[in-house]
Ligand binder design. Structure first.
Ligand code: SAM
Length: 348
């Protein structure tokens, strides 16, 4: 077996890795150093004797079996661990150089993306994971997986999109009108708009976040016909004007002006759960008046909102008796989050 020499780039990456380990584990190194200030070994006599014998016999073996330089360093550290701490808590001393990453290790962050993406791949019937990646705009945290930038926001949005698509069975070219209340910076809108060329997306939000989603989505896609606030005031009242835009941004009160039977899918993610009971009731009445076809909510299963003196659970949203629940389940990512999709039949 032949190996080529390390390139300067590989050397630099190797050095960075060593510094990363030193920084991340300096707490452990210090702990082991101070533990070694004791006069005697922390190992019991019987284990000390075994260790002495193991070392003696090992050093007589063929050099082939001796540790690599890499492992000489780790073995030196292990000897310090054995002397200073013995076997106490070995999964967080020895273990750190075996297979047990510490919480907060960047590898675990990568692993989260890898696992989430792998789980979504099974549902990725439209190939979104292969065609969409996290935009650099906004400088969020991401990992590169198979050459594409993945973020938790991106994966959650793709997950939410497929939850809707699987439940409602719409097709790529369908001219669906989505309406999201509390869209944050517009992560889900970005996925929907990219995946569905004929979809329209209406966002209603509080001023600060509305400004942000307007900036984000319009900067990413200046070519999309967009109605910003306050120009949208003229659009939200008119079916024809709404139909001329792909993206519409409005304040929550504009929801009341939307034409009935215009919105197909009403969306709320991590937002009702942060409102007062009065607000949630008010918004559900508006959803009812709008005569939407479907409602998608994704919230914490049990959210205590101390400021507004309310506890929201997955069972106490004011769902109307006539709304048919066609999906309800725990989110793929978070055990404490539920998702539900309701079909809302038209009032005759
Ligand atoms: C936790 S963020 C979730 C954002 C987005 N759905 C996401 O998952 O990334 C809550 C969102 O709800 C919005 N929001 C909070 N209270 C609201 C209210 N009373 N009316 C409308 N939007 C509200 C916030 O501005 C924000 O966009």
């Amino acid at each position: 077996m032949s190996h080529k020499k390390l390139s300067s780039q590989e050397k630099q990456r190797g050095i960075n890795r060593i510094f990363g380990v030193i920084i991340r584990r300096c707490h452990l190194f210090l702990k082991v150093f101070f533990a070694n200030l004791r006069f005697t070994s922390a190992l019991e006599r019987v284990w000390r004797a075994r260790f002495d014998r193991i070392k003696r016999d090992f050093l007589k073996s063929d050099p082939l079996f001796l540790p690599s330089r890499y492992w000489c360093i780790i073995s030196f550290f292990y000897r310090m661990v054995l002397r200073g701490l013995g076997f106490a808590g070995f999964k967080t001393t020895f273990g750190r150089f075996l297979a047990a990453y510490e919480p907060g290790n960047p590898r675990l962050f990568e692993a989260l993306h890898h696992l989430y993406a792998a789980a979504l791949e099974r549902r990725d019937t439209w190939g979104l994971l292969r065609s969409i990646e996290e935009p650099l705009l906004g400088k969020g945290d991401f990992v590169v997986n198979r050459g594409r930038r993945l973020s938790i926001d991106l994966l959650q949005s793709i997950d939410e999109f497929y939850r809707l698509q699987e439940a409602l069975n719409f097709k790529k070219d369908d001219p669906i009108v989505f309406c999201e209340l509390g869209a944050g910076y517009g992560r889900l809108a970005e996925i929907v708009m990219t995946a569905m060329p004929n979809a329209t997306y209406l966002i209603f939000d509080l001023p600060e976040t509305l400004l942000l989603s307007q900036y984000y989505l319009s900067t990413l896609h200046p070519e999309r016909k967009t109605a910003f606030y306050p120009e949208s005031l003229e659009y939200t009242r008119s079916r024809e004007k709404l139909a001329s835009c792909r993206l519409v941004f409005g304040l929550p009160q504009q929801l009341r002006e939307l034409p009935e039977n215009y919105v197909n899918v009403f969306i709320n993610v991590y937002s009702f759960m942060e409102m007062s009971a009065r607000q949630v009731n008010g918004y559900f009445s508006i959803i009812e008046q709008l005569q939407v076809d479907a409602l998608y909510i994704k919230e914490h299963k049990h959210e205590i909102n101390l400021f507004d003196q309310v506890v929201h659970t997955d069972e106490n949203y004011p769902i109307r008796p006539s709304w048919r629940r066609i999906y309800h389940g725990t989110s793929a990512l978070f055990e404490h989050v539920f998702e539900a999709v309701y079909r809302i039949d038209k009032i005759q």
